[in-house]
Structures are given as structure tokens and as C-alpha cells.
Design a protein around this ligand. Sequence first.
Ligand code: ADP
Ligand code: MG
Length: 343
Amino acid sequence: DHKMTPRPIRQLDEGAINRIAAGEVVERPASAVKELVENALDAGASRIAVEIAEGGRALIRVTDDGHGIAAADLPLALSRHATSKLDGDDLLAIHSFGFRGEALPSLAAVGRLKITSRAAGSPEAAQIRAVAGRVEEVRPAALTRGTVVELRDLFFATPARLKFLKTERAETMAVTDTIRRLAMAAPEVAFTLSDGDRVLFRADPHGDPLDRLALVIGRDFRADALPLDAERDGFRLGGHAALPTYSRGNAAHQYLFVNGRPVRDRMLQGALRAGYADVLAGGRHPVAALFLRCDVRLVDVNVHPAKTEVRFREAGVVRGLIVSALRHALAQGGHRSARVVSG
Ligand code: ADP
Ligand code: MG
């Protein structure tokens, strides 16, 4: 019986490994956009322009004015587990968005990728291309500064994933949401997102983070926003939470950041809900942007390749901090709105 005969164990080749990893890192165009914009932010960019076509499936182009990549390093940027952001010793001390060295090789494995870059201080630019995992030679290119990453035909090399993409409209909305969250995380950086001639999002550099929040959430958010500032056992909570009257029918305007990184975390979402439990009717969702800061050793961001989940060493402390800070702010805000109404 052939089932009883063990088949030889073979090492997967790099192409197969990258396609498998890509399944986790790049779920849809928005995840590719997230990885590329995070790379631009890690490179110290002050302006980031994102262009998409067909919801990002046909084209994603991210242009930044960051420190660039040295020509000699371009092949490394496309090879797996190669990163300039971690020395390998301390997985707990992570200060950048990236650290796994997986995004670019994953994108190179599942689409047509072209990176043009000019390293700061270098007299010339260089370019590297990869198609479905086949990496070409580095060649000279023209670019005055920074990096342009162009990804075409995402998932053409993995048709199974291509089938799971939603409508162009839904993918465009997911890309826009990703950019908005990152724009909140980096208010000092200018962002544009466009689809052909259509500008989908635009944010000039903002000195006051509340300006950036109001740009994303809505201009009227500013009047209803209660500032948060609380601390407990090494965790510090900042940001703004809206008065209950500003609540929504869905949770779309809930923005959570841990050490500057946009996250989607159940514990944090639950704490946000709990903070409003006494003042919101069922079916209503609070609007808030919570910025949590702590020593990088108190939180693990290396939970999933997409890095949007976190684990806290002391989840109970974090939850307690958020719930009590929200209750306190809402109680204060209640007085404020009561005064406004009566006056
Ligand atoms: P990671 O961000 O985890 O290091 P990536 O695969 O996203 O892994 O990128 C690999 C490397 O390529 C980065 O460590 C960085 O050195 C370089 N890189 C990628 N994008 C940019 C960019 N826009 N500007 C400068 N360097 C970049
Ligand atoms: Mg990265």
C-alpha cells in the first residue's frame, strides 16, 4: 500500500516558501499598501504618495522621500528574512513598523514588483524587478530621492487568492481605511491616495494630532472630542474619545494604536466598549482614537505576520487604564455638554 511508504522529506524552495508566507502577510491589496507605507514611514519619509488602480489589484505605487535603499542592498530587500531594522538579538525591542523582512519578498512572489530607489547621499539611483518570485539584476535608474515601489497584478501568480478579492469598490475602501489609520499614526507626514485622476484621501502635515483625527473622522469630531491622558504602571493612554452623542451605528471610527502602530485588538476594542457601557445604548458604537504607549518590552507585536495583533504582558492593567480613563473623560464631558445645553 503506497500510503504506508513514507515519502522523502524535501526542503521547499525559496519561491514556494515565499508564496506560502505571502498568504499570511498579504491578504488583499490593503495589506500590501500597509506594508509599503510602513516601509516608507520606517525610512523617515515626510511625504508619501500612494496610487492605485482597480482597487490595488492592477497597480499599487508608493512613492516616498525617505532615506532610500543602497543599490547593493536591493537584492537583499527582496530576499527573505533580510531586514535593516533588527539586529536579531532582541525581538522585544522593536521600534519600527517592520522587523520580519518578509513583506517585499512576499510581494515579489505574488505579483510584478519594481523598486526604484536612491540612497541618501548616493549620486545615482538603481532599480530591481521581480516577477512571480524571479528576481532580475539590479540596473541603474533615474530618481532624485527616496523610493518608488510599484506592484502590478497582485496575486496573478496565486490565482486561488485572486478569487477571494472583493469588488473593486470594497478593496478601494479597505486601502483607504489603511491609509487613514497610518495617517493618524503619523500626523507630521503628508499623505495622498489617488486612483487615476481621483484623489481619495489627502492629508497635509499636521502639527496638532487632533487636526489629523478631525480630518479622518470628520470636522465636527473636534467639538465633541474629549482628550484622554492617563497613566498606570508604565502604560500611558492619550488620544481623543467622542461624546456619546457622536456615536455611530458601526465600529468603523474606532482607531487603536500601540506605540504608534495601528492595531486591531479584541482586548482593546472590548475595553473601549466597556468604557462607554453606561452611556451608550445597545447597537451604538463609540468613536475614538486611542493611543497607548508603553515600554516596548511590555507588549509583543510579533503575534502574526501582519503585525496588527498584540499581546500585553499585563492585559488587565491596560484594560483597567482604558476603561477608567474613558469613564473619567465621559463624566467630565457630560458636565461640559450639560453646561452647553443649559447655557
Ligand atoms: P522589514 O520592513 O520587515 O525590514 P521588508 O521586506 O518590508 O522588511 O523590507 C526589507 C528591507 O528593505 C527593509 O528592512 C529596508 O531596509 C528596505 N526598505 C523597504 N522599503 C523601503 C523604503 N521605502 N525606503 C527605504 N528602505 C526600504
Ligand atoms: Mg516592511
